[in-house]
Design a protein around this ligand. Structure first.
Ligand code: BV8
Length: 234
């Protein structure tokens, strides 16, 4: 089984989604801030945005939906989560098989790639001690280890996600507006491979009409019910 999750998965943990009305930060859309161009133009503004999100995430905890998915992983021989989220809440809930398509907000890297150690390291300071943060080795700017709009996804996670989406028995899509590529194509891969696909989202999306089942509900409501149902079959 494979579950693709988006920002809506963490909405009930109090983390604003990207396109919901609560996703606006100081009158900026995330798409304007999560780009290499924005970082070159105003690294301070972009780091203020990430500092704000890091603080939100640090205060949040996995919701009933994250926990239900972690339970499902224990029930099935093969259960994978493919997430667009960078908040790490699936892992915090106990999920082990998690593919992070868009990176991890708790990791940073030196923009000058000055040494192997600074090419990728964790930085958990909340709030950040300096804004914007600089490389401890060479003093260059650090950047968040996330995939910005306009940046290509890392090959290995994307390859794995494509392979899994077309080769599984049951594909669950939760909390994504199914607009951001290439993640948004994964449900279509599954459907083309005749994989039974269900979508859990309180609002319809561009894939709602093509999935096998659409469940108009929040992740925190629907996933525990799905887990309960699964347990009656196993
Ligand atoms: C790429 C990390 C090749 C950062 C993110 C023009 C120029 C350049 C690129 C493009 C272009 N046009 C299109 C593109 C491609 C672009 C793209 O798809 N743009 C979109 C906006 C049209 N994609 C890219 O750039 C990708 N790279 O294509 O490289 C390339 C390179 C150059 C040029 C061309 C191509 C990289 C995309 C990755 C961007 N980084 N995140 C960070 O997090 O800071 S994406 C970001 O959006 C988040 O990861 C987020 O998860 C993701 C997708 O959004 P959703 O998860 O779906 O969240 P959203 O808010 O949209 O929806 C929430 C949903 O939850 C809603 O449906 C809501 O109803 C639902 N919901 C709410 N509450 C609940 C709920 N569901 C369940 N329960 C609830 N309680």
């Amino acid at each position: 089984m494979v579950c693709l999750t988006g920002a809506g998965m963490s909405a009930e943990s109090g983390i604003p989604t990207f396109r919901g009305e609560d996703g606006i930060w100081k009158n900026h859309q995330p798409e304007e801030l999560a780009t290499p161009g924005a970082f070159v133009r105003d690294p301070n503004l972009v780091w203020e945005f990430y500092n704000w999100r890091r603080e939100k995430i640090a205060k949040s905890s996995p919701n009933k939906g994250h926990k239900a998915l972690a339970e499902m992983e224990k029930l099935y021989k093969e259960f994978y989560i493919i997430t667009q989220n960078v908040d790490g809440l699936h892992q915090k809930a106990g999920s082990k098989n998690v593919i992070e398509l868009h990176g991890d907000i708790w990791y940073v890297r030196c923009t000058e790639h000055c040494t192997k150690e600074t090419s990728l390291f964790s930085l958990y300071d909340v709030p950040l001690k300096e804004l914007p943060p600089h490389c401890p080795n060479c003093g260059a700017l650090l950047r968040p280890h996330v995939i910005w709009f306009g940046e290509t996804l890392p090959e290995a996670p994307l390859e794995a996600a494509l392979e899994l989406s077309a080769n599984n028995d049951f594909f669950i899509v939760v909390g994504t507006s199914a607009m951001v590529q290439p993640a948004a194509s994964l449900p279509r891969y599954a459907l083309r491979a005749k994989v039974h696909t269900i979508e859990i989202n309180p609002e319809p999306t561009p894939i709602t009409d093509i999935v096998n089942e659409y469940v108009p509900a929040n992740a925190g409501e629907a996933l525990p019910l799905l887990l309960k149902e699964m347990k009656t079959y196993l």
